[in-house]
Every structure is written in structure tokens, then in C-alpha cells.
Design a protein around this ligand. Structure first.
Ligand code: RB5
Length: 145
């Protein structure tokens, strides 16, 4: 049984997809930690992005969802330990692992169906980092003057 921990966070625009992904991941055998929110009431996505980034540290993995996926991606990627990839489809999820070693899969909650969201998250969590030339590129991401 897979007992990897997966951390989830969203805003109201991603709440329903988050709830669906939580039960999908539980069925897949993951240990799911839902960082909120707990309803569709309006919230501010940076609050949940920052909570997720601070919780996953260097080695954790997460799934984050807002309406477009854009706001929560921008907030997540302010954190040096995060490589959050906005994935509209399975190919993007695969590439985000292969080339970017992404540690947070971001879904655009208002632009994916429940079934698409499952397929994207499945591809992300099972994706493998290619390493090699991509290591030096990833190392340069945080090398800001
Ligand atoms: C919330 O209405 C919406 O702005 C948010 O979910 C997201 O799309 C922001 O980028």
C-alpha cells in the first residue's frame, strides 16, 4: 500500500476539485493532508498557497487548485522550495515532472472536469524526473542577483 503523503490546498474556486482529488488519492492509497479551505466560502488564495509551501518543505509534494490556477501558482512560486506547475492536461503534468522536477501540481479548477483532474494528478504523481541537463537549469532558478 502506497502511504506517500500528499498535501492539498485551494481557494473557493478550487474547492470542489480539491474535495474530489482528496477522495481519489485516498482510494489510490495515499495519505492525504488537506490544508483547506473547508467550504466554498470566498477566501484568498495566497493564504493557502503560503500554508502549502511552508508545510511541504524540501521533500513534500502537493496539489493546489484555484479557479484559473494562475493566482495560486504565482503565490506558490514565491517560495524557494516550491516548483509549482500549472497543468491543464496530462502532457503538461508529465513534462513538469520530467523536465522541471515540479513538486506541486496546480490545477485550474474552473477549466478541468473531475475526470481530467484525476488523470492530471495521477500523471504528476507517477511522473519521473529525467535529471541530466535539467539539474543545472533547476539549480539556476533560485540564483537571482
Ligand atoms: C477567485 O475568484 C479567483 O480569482 C481565483 O480562484 C483564481 O482564479 C486566481 O487566480
Amino acid at each position: 500500500m502506497n502511504k506517500d503523503k500528499i498535501y492539498l490546498a485551494s481557494d473557493h474556486g478550487g474547492y470542489l476539485i480539491k474535495r474530489h482529488i482528496a477522495s481519489f488519492l485516498l482510494k489510490e492509497g495515499y495519505d492525504v493532508i488537506d490544508l483547506g479551505p473547508d467550504s466554498e466560502d470566498s477566501v484568498d488564495y495566497p493564504d493557502y498557497a503560503h500554508k502549502l509551501a511552508q508545510t511541504i518543505g524540501e521533500n513534500g509534494r502537493g496539489v493546489a487548485i484555484c479557479g484559473s490556477g494562475i493566482g495560486i501558482s504565482i503565490a506558490l512560486n514565491r517560495h524557494l522550495n516550491v516548483r509549482a506547475a500549472l497543468c491543464h492536461n496530462v502532457d503538461m503534468a508529465v513534462l513538469s515532472r520530467l523536465h522541471n522536477n515540479a513538486n506541486v501540481c496546480v490545477l485550474p479548477g474552473r477549466f478541468v472536469s473531475l475526470m481530467q483532474s484525476e488523470a492530471i494528478v495521477h500523471a504528476f504523481l507517477n511522473g519521473i524526473f529525467e535529471g541530466g541537463r535539467h539539474n543545472q537549469r533547476i539549480d539556476k532558478i533560485n540564483q537571482i542577483e
